[in-house]
Design a binder for this molecule. Structure first.
Ligand SMILES: C[S@@+](CC[C@H](N)C(=O)[O-])C[C@H]1O[C@@H](n2cnc3c(N)ncnc32)[C@H](O)[C@@H]1O
Length: 205
């Protein structure tokens, strides 16, 4: 598994994250990004090309050192100045109320303690700040959800800790955010167990 995580997983992740199916949703999700921005779960840096032109600087975190060989060249080539740290979202070292925007795309599925991480995201957001997210998760259809439950234990070690069955809308809302607005849909081009999306803006009032 060590070899897989060091060499194969980063390649597969980069391939999966560059899927055409995510292009429009990424651009839509990131369109409102403004002010002081933190991206959690930066991954291979796929979002850099989707920030609006007004964004010139972001802070970004990801705990996985093996992704650097993909993310660092993207950072170097980007017009955006990225202040990157190897950190996990459950333990953000930033003072409270620092950011206007926090961004997470396809990341809440992989964070071990997602409830704690959402609490941290809320803490570092200014009052009125926005959490922009695009996540896949638990489908409303019982048949799909049953398969998500069945497959998650086998999928998790292969997919970098990814849970197929997290109820994203509820998790974000239960963390104390106001959903403003948030949409759910099956993403065309992906199997339904991977492609039930929750996308939008959650606000810290
Ligand atoms: C499926 S990838 C998505 C990457 C990127 N956000 C994108 O949209 O292309 C999930 C990411 O979550 C990161 N991750 C895993 N555990 C994390 C944690 N505790 N805190 C922050 N990020 C984490 C992984 O390292 C990985 O980069």
């Amino acid at each position: 598994m060590r070899f897989y995580h060091h060499y194969i997983f980063p390649y597969l992740l980069d391939l999966a994250m560059s899927s055409r199916a995510f292009r429009k949703p990424r651009a839509r999700a990131l369109a409102p990004a403004s002010g002081r921005i933190l991206e959690i779960g930066f991954g291979t840096g796929m979002n850099l090309q989707y920030y609006p032109p007004t964004v010139t600087r972001i802070e970004a975190i990801d705990p996985d050192l093996d992704l650097d060989r993909y993310s660092q060249p993207r950072i170097a080539a980007s017009r955006i100045d990225v202040d990157f740290h190897h950190l996990d979202a459950e333990h953000l070292p930033f003072e409270g109320e620092r950011f206007d925007t926090v961004v997470s795309t396809l990341t809440l599925c992989s964070i071990p303690d997602v409830v704690h991480a959402l609490g941290e995201i809320r803490r570092v957001l200014k009052p009125g700040g926005q959490f922009l997210f695009l996540e896949h998760g638990r489908a409303p259809d019982a048949g799909v959800a049953r398969w998500q439950d069945r497959l998650t234990p086998a999928w998790k070690p292969l997919g970098g800790g990814c849970h197929l069955n997290r109820p994203m809308r509820e998790l974000v809302s239960d963390a104390g955010f106001r959903l403003d607005p948030v949409q759910n849909y099956y993403l065309r081009g992906l199997p339904r167990i991977f492609g039930y999306m929750t996308e939008g803006v959650a606000r810290r009032d």
